[in-house]
Design a protein around this ligand. Structure first.
Ligand code: KIV
Length: 266
């Protein structure tokens, strides 16, 4: 049994203990992040960009997501595992949402699913939560709406837009969401929402007033260099270290330094 559950997160919010969340897409990384004590691992559809080289998340499929979820589920022993429902896997009808969410739990080994959107998706959220599937909401900048939003931009800058996000947040909590991602919204708005909700908020580009923080793992360790958003803190430059290691390998194979005596069976 994994040690972190949705109840654990609620209790952490009550205690005022911050919640840590990172994305994970494969067995090795999931194991590493789990060992390091991250409480929630999100198999995000961001994998389309950082693992598959796509421009955005729209082309990611259920098959793509389940493939990566299965690997993460084999690697993590403690964290709460959340699978991101891809574009068009929950928007067509609440029935479609329920059937696909069920696959994340039954086939993918996840404990919960994440969906993007506010009041428009409440029937789907209710359907899933009533069937016993924990749902993580996601409002503010919702990357699956990138074409409608006109790019990856900060949301909720006007009073009216901020009010809409606030109302969406409350509605999602009422529909049964166990937690809510707030992406790219002004910090004061995220703080107000976090204070208003009973469920924990998880911020990404939403300031320190949230109950927890999430980042894309590849951004945190410097493995994705196409674009680094302002809200990312890079804790390591693994990409540069990997490039240098491989450059040395190429050189040593070519000049005969590798394999050395110690790598050879006599
Ligand atoms: O897909 C993803 O990784 C996400 C997080 C950045 C919240 O939605």
């Amino acid at each position: 049994m994994h040690t972190t559950t949705t109840a654990t997160l609620l209790e952490m919010k009550r205690r005022g203990e911050k919640i840590t969340v990172l994305t994970a897409y494969d067995w090795a990384t999931a194991k590493l992040l789990d060992d390091a004590g991250v409480e929630m691992l999100l198999v995000g559809d961001s994998l389309g960009m950082v693992m598959l080289g796509l421009e955005n998340t729209l082309a990611v499929t259920m098959d793509d997501m389940l493939h990566h979820c299965k690997a993460v589920a084999r690697g993590a022993k403690q964290a709460l595992l959340v699978g991101d429902m891809p574009f068009m896997s929950y928007q067509v009808s609440p029935e479609q949402a329920l059937a696909n969410a069920g696959r994340f739990l039954q086939e993918g080994g996840m404990h919960a699913v994440k969906v993007e959107g506010g009041r428009d998706i409440l029937p789907a959220v209710r359907k899933m939560t009533r069937a016993g599937i924990p749902v993580l909401g996601h409002v503010g900048l919702t990357p699956q709406h990138v074409h409608q939003l006109g790019g990856f931009k900060v949301q909720g800058r006007t009073d009216a837009a901020a009010q809409r996000i606030r109302e969406d947040a409350v509605a999602l909590e009422e529909a049964g969401a166990f937690s809510l991602v707030l992406e790219c919204v002004p910090a004061p708005l995220a703080q107000v929402i976090s204070e208003q909700l009973t469920i924990p908020t998880i911020g990404i580009g939403a300031g320190p007033g949230c109950d927890g923080q999430v980042l894309v793992f590849h951004d945190v360790v410097g493995l994705y260099d196409r674009f680094t958003p302002k809200f990312v803190k890079q804790y390591a430059q693994i990409g540069a270290a990997m490039r240098e290691a491989v450059r040395q390998y190429v050189q040593e194979v070519k000049d005969g330094t590798f394999p050395g005596e110690e790598h050879v069976f006599k």
